[in-house]
Design a protein around this ligand. Structure first.
Ligand code: SF4
Length: 502
């Protein structure tokens, strides 16, 4: 959250929807293989996720009714999604009544066009930005650049990513893959006005960034933000952040443009009571976030005098139409699921090739783009369920992952006359297991595995079709001398097992 909750990358939009690949055409397994070979990256990620996990666990344990809060958050989100069209209409009316201008954008291309036109109309060639996942999703920075407008990231981590010509790898901590020494190098190389004796002390690094940004805050005419929440009954937008850069962007420039996904709505102001407890504890491990900025339209003589709100669909209506996948829209982008995910901790965010990494990325990106564009992501999980346990709005991520895997399998089978190797293997297993006689014969045949595992005590890679891919990454236990069925027959007499086909 923060500066932290809203985010932004340097991702060229690959489709009108924008939620494109960061890694080119590499699938998750290939990209993850590269990341796993980077020991520095793994060390940085391991340290950072361990620290955030411990902070979160500590502050969550302090709240006696945490489970009730999670349930309340879930119910508010489910209710809002069930009545989204009505709440959006109410929200638009309230924003307009308070002097704001609402723009609707079906996809990334439309949203980018609206924003670029608005900035051009102000006659400026530079804007300051508050971290925002929505603008990252649509590739707004690249669209602005193509329009001759420079977008300056003001969140510290986003600034590091931008100056490093890099890509974010975490929703909340976009530069989580960098350590202090690397950040110092980037600042010395890219900040023209930095002290050449800069150390890698965190306070010194933050001070250098503050100096670099201050002049921009004071001179910017236009700011661009996302929104953590929109309140339907009042037309209020909310941004929560940790650094104060958001507050500067939201109050100092003459014009404010906010890009907000349509799913960010809450019905009433009092709903914030739930989410402002859930969000900071789940994201940064803080009891409350340092800055919560709320604004409603335009207030004469106070803050930006022109406010534009771009309400972004970009695939969300399609997600909402899927009863089994729509809970992904309930996400409040806290990133708790990333920090507990054993796959994310080892592979890092870039391997997902999606603006939304980690478990939430694995269920949200394929739904926003269509499963064919991010087909490997639903498989980027061990289905251990740690993400579900920590999610502050109780999104059952493993269940949606399985749903998306099924969707992908069905789409594959509809397109190919020859079933996949996995489907063939599953059918073979089903055939064998549906008959006691066939199962018994298979178990006897399995004893051959004792030969394969003779030397190491486990069966390593078996270079046969169907099993090679599975065994190249896993060792199989060597089958025992005696199967359970043989043992049972020896102990109790062969009552059930000798009856043949049933
Ligand atoms: S899915 Fe849940 S845990 Fe993950 S980012 Fe969204 S709200 Fe947070």
């Amino acid at each position: 959250m923060s500066a932290v909750l809203l985010g932004m990358p340097q991702v060229p939009p690959t489709s009108p929807r924008g939620v494109g690949h960061l890694r080119g055409d590499e699938s998750f397994p290939d990209a993850a293989r590269h990341s796993l070979a980077d020991t520095q990256l793994r060390a940085n990620l391991g340290n950072a996720t361990r620290t955030i996990r411990a902070k979160r666990a500590r502050v969550v344990a302090e709240v006696p009714d945490w489970e009730e809060l999670r349930e309340a958050g879930r119910q508010i989100k489910v209710h809002t999604m069930a009545h989204l069209p009505a709440y959006l209409t109410q929200f638009e009316e309230a924003v307009t009544a308070r002097g704001g201008v609402v723009h609707w954008a079906r996809d990334a291309a439309e949203a980018n066009r609206v924003v670029v036109d608005l900035v051009r109309a102000k006659g400026v060639d530079e804007v300051v930005k508050v971290k925002s996942m929505a603008t990252q999703e649509i590739g707004l920075n690249e669209a602005l650049e193509a329009g001759g407008i420079a977008a300056l990231e003001t969140d510290l981590a986003e600034l590091i990513v931008q100056l490093g010509h890099d890509k974010p790898s975490h929703i909340l901590v976009p530069a989580i893959h960098r350590n202090r020494a690397e950040i110092r190098e980037i600042f010395l190389r890219e900040m023209g006005d930095v002290d050449p004796d800069l150390t890698d002390d965190p306070a010194a690094l933050a001070g250098a960034a503050r100096l670099h940004l201050r002049r921009k805050f004071l001179s910017a005419k236009v700011a661009i933000s996302g929104a953590n929440f929109g309140i339907a009954e009042t037309g209020t937008c909310v941004v929560v952040e940790s650094e104060g850069n958001g507050r500067m962007c939201l109050t100092l420039p003459e014009t404010l443009i906010t890009v907000m996904g349509v799913e960010k709505l809450l019905p009433r102001t009092e709903d914030l009571e739930v989410f402002l407890q859930l969000l900071p504890r789940s994201s940064t491990g803080e009891r409350m976030n340092p800055y919560t900025s709320m604004w409603t339209g335009v207030t004469a003589g106070d803050g930006p005098q022109e406010f534009h709100l771009v309400l972004l669909d970009n695939g969300r209506s399609a997600v909402l139409a899927d009863a089994d996948g729509r809970d992904a829209l309930n996400c409040i982008r806290c990133s708790a699921c990333l920090n507990v995910c054993p796959v994310y901790e080892r592979a890092g965010g870039h391997a997902y090739g999606s603006v939304y990494p980690g478990p939430i990325g694995a269920i949200l990106s394929p739904q926003l783009t269509g499963i064919e564009d991010n087909a490997s992501l639903p498989y980027a999980s061990s289905l251990c369920g740690a993400c579900y346990d920590v999610c502050p709005v109780k999104i059952n991520i493993p269940e949606i992952l399985v749903h998306l895997r099924a969707q992908h399998t069905e789409a594959y089978e509809a397109e190919h006359s020859v079933p996949s190797a996995e489907a063939t293997a599953m059918r073979a297993v089903a055939f064998v297991m549906s008959s006691p006689r066939r199962w018994r014969l298979a178990l006897r045949g399995g004893r051959l595995g004792r030969l394969l595992g003779r030397r190491r005590g486990v069966i390593g890679e078996v270079p046969l079709p169907l099993v090679r891919q599975w065994t190249e990454a896993r060792d199989l236990a060597r089958p025992p001398q005696q199967t359970f069925r043989d043992w049972w027959a020896a102990e109790h007499g062969d009552t059930e097992h000798g009856k043949g086909e049933q």
